[in-house]
Design a binder for this molecule. Structure first.
Ligand code: FAD
Ligand code: DHB
Length: 391
């Protein structure tokens, strides 16, 4: 088989890229090693920046997102039960975030791709990328127990952290940066009406907690746990009790409880490479970078990357100029490093790392207090949280 752009991975990065290329009249095929049902059920992020929502509107794939997504104009930040609200309206000139589950995004994007005639091959695992330093790279993949070859002009590695995209870059073409955090997140979904109108990020001496939501009837909540912890160590009642303690603000805050229907532990890490391309292979999203989830940047970065990639490919097919292709990485990296810093900042601000009363603890507390003392600090958080427009 032959196509112009071979896209590996049907996550947010790959599925958004294929819609962008389709809009520019560029052919592509998406290879995804899991089944459609599997990727549509995979529970992950839920926070969409304004930039992301704007792009999905531009692409005409936001009908359900606009209807079912929850538009938020602020966020609550809490430390030892003391809560402050960051108002986006005043601090960012009216920018917002939207809460809409990643698996809903993925469902909408798959549907739109199929309607627009872009082939997505499910249960097709890319095994090898050949000739990325030539004009005719090939992606080898396995489907139904058979080996196939996809010939193309370009390969887009949108295959996540464990994919083959990054492993196909020559190891001397980039520097790698890794930071593992000494804690993980236990995340739940529950049939419980959200107990808050806007997200709450909370520091508590027993650890971080986050109250997010998915719909008027479904809550999404997270607890900081040790890296060695297991979901089996937690009964549902223990989870609710712990969330209740950590999210309380001393004003009689009462968490609505309900049936927990999803429970998983995710380790936290920052991971970066400083060059996301080699020859005709270009990486986007988790294939090239991982941020700790505090701040909700992962999915949004994946979408921002493929905007640059689609623009560069479109320019190349239209004019033959290489300039945008060559600056692909550096264009993406400005936003990625900003998100790395912001996610790291939010992680350190709200997670329990040092003993209550220690030097580190006092710094952390002072950093939180400063949000209420300085409009500049509140603005810094707000503009990074909703996502910088251009960077
Ligand atoms: P992915 O969504 O990982 O998509 C990559 C796709 O490639 C997958 O469908 C995979 O099956 C496929 N693939 C892999 N290898 C191959 C191959 N060899 N051949 C073909 N296909 C392949 N972000 C937040 O902001 N908030 C959160 O709460 C949050 N929670 C998360 C929880 C977990 C468990 C994980 C893993 C991530 C979480 N993230 C979160 C991050 C966010 O979900 C990701 O940043 C986002 O999914 C990135 O999109 P992507 O398209 O780059 O990668
Ligand atoms: C969600 C996840 C995040 O990491 C975050 O910072 C905000 C919200 C969520 O899953 O809803």
């Amino acid at each position: 088989t032959k196509t112009q752009v071979a896209i590996i991975g049907a996550g947010p990065a790959g599925l958004t890229l294929s819609l962008l290329l389709n809009r520019s009249g560029i052919d592509c095929i998406v290879l995804e090693n899991r089944s459609r049902a599997y990727v549509e059920a995979r529970v992950r992020a839920g926070l969409l920046e304004q930039n992301t929502v704007d792009l999905y509107n531009e692409l005409g794939v936001a009908d359900r997102l606009n209807k079912e997504g929850l538009l938020h104009h602020g966020v609550y930040l809490s430390f030892n039960g003391q809560r402050k609200r960051i108002p986006f309206n005043e601090l960012t000139g009216g920018r917002t975030i939207t809460i809409y589950g990643q698996q809903e995004v993925v469902k909408d994007l798959i549907k739109a791709n199929i309607e627009r005639g872009t082939p997505i091959q499910f249960e097709a695992a890319a095994t090898c990328i050949e000739g990325s330093d030539t004009k005719h790279p090939k992606v080898h993949y396995q489907q139904d127990g058979e080996q196939h070859i996809l010939e193309c002009d370009f390969v887009a590695g949108c295959d996540g952290y464990h994919g083959i995209g990054r492993k196909s870059l020559p190891t001397n073409s980039y520097n790698e940066f890794v930071k593992e955090y000494p804690f993980s997140w236990l995340g739940i979904l529950a049939h419980a009406a959200p107990s808050t109108d806007e997200l709450i990020y909370a520091y508590h001496e027993r650890g971080f907690a986050l109250h997010s939501l998915r719909s008027p009837k479904v809550s999404r909540l997270y607890l900081q746990v040790d890296n060695a912890d297991k979901v089996e160590n937690w009964t549902d009642d223990q989870i609710w009790d712990e969330l209740q303690v950590r999210l309380s603000n001393g004003n009689g805050f009462q968490l609505n409880r309900g049936e927990i229907f999803e429970k998983a532990i995710t380790p936290m890490r920052s991971f970066m490479i400083d060059n996301m391309q080699f020859g005709r292979l270009f990486l986007a999203g988790d294939a090239a970078h991982i941020v700790p989830p505090t701040g909700g940047k992962g999915l949004n970065l994946a979408v921002a990357d493929v905007k640059w990639m689609a623009a560069a490919l479109e320019d190349w097919y239209r004019t033959g100029k290489e300039q945008l292709l060559q600056s692909y990485s550096s264009n993406c990296l400005r936003r990625i490093w900003r998100a790395q810093d912001f996610s790291n900042f939010m992680t350190y601000l709200f997670h329990k790392q040092a003993a209550q009363g220690s030097f580190e603890y006092h710094l952390q507390k002072s950093r939180f207090d400063y949000i209420g003392q300085s409009n500049a600090q509140a603005t810094t958080i707000a503009e990074n949280y909703v996502g910088l427009k251009e960077i």
